[in-house]
Design a binder for this molecule. Sequence first.
Ligand code: ZN
Length: 366
Amino acid sequence: MSGEEHRSAALLSGFLAGEGFRVREGVAGLPTAFVATKRGRRGGPRVALLAEYDALPGIGHACGHHLIGAAACGAAAAVGRVLDDLAGEIVVVGTPAEETIGGKVVMANRGIFRGLDAALMFHPSTENRVNTTSLACHSLEVIYKGRAAHAVASPDKGINALHSMLHLFSAVDRLRRRLPPQVRMPGIILEGGRRANIVPDRAVARFSLRAPDLPGLRRVERAFRLAVQSAARATGARAIVRPADYTYAEMVTNRTLAALFKKELAQMGRRTVDTPRKRMGSLDMGNVSQVVPSIHPYVAVAPPSVPLHSVRFARYSGGPAGWAGLRVATRALAGVALTLLVDDSALVSARREFRASRRRAGRKRC
Ligand SMILES: [Zn+2]
């Protein structure tokens, strides 16, 4: 499970150690994270391959993360074997707990990806796609504190925390309709009182705020916090808002690197879907893509009708289609990494594109 991938982390880092990589375990304060490096000749770029290996409770590898770890390590081993003739370094970053805390967010916040020239990974899917987008995300917990009283005999003596929460849910619904269509603000109530004859003195909810990018997310969060306060005023309850997780940034796909991956896929007869994604969630790779030119392409391992995070997807990703996807992804990742090590112009153009995207993001913030 997420954060408990001790055997998977040991298996992958042990394999890399056998291939001559220098392994550091437990990086960024995460016991199951690791960084493995292998150097060629002096100078040259530092190319990272990112490995995920966490599973889902009850349904195991229903997101195919075992294939991500295997592909990253397989590609790193293949390129590692020809590194003596090349300038540069291959870095495998073992990134745990994607499904829960977002291991890459923690690792990015702790500077693990600083100084890298490219970050490459793949994710199993039901389609082949190289231009990945995702939403920026921040989850917040809202607590209303009121005053308990007999709900029948003397409701006027109480302050109903649940009423404030219900006000907030309607306000959020109205707010979402005013905001851009990609904005999402789903919420659930965790606590809303104990008995119908007691005025609830405490109500707790959790909301997941999503927007196309970080500046947009900040605007959504400001509007949300105003709604929380106005719902508190409606009953006289006191409101507390606290973060329920780290902020996920939107995924900025580096088009230069994505084009290299697409070329590799084409050579293996895999055609990609290039239309914009209509349905998307958030990815911890988004935070990596803000600090280093990155890709998070998808490789099909199951038919389009099979949803991710399902028992059927787990079966496909562990069967012949999973193996076929793994071979394709490993070869494509190795091909892109090798191109970056031998072809300076690819890296120059990836860097130029990355700097331009950071400048655009900076202007949005102003
Ligand atoms: Zn996944």
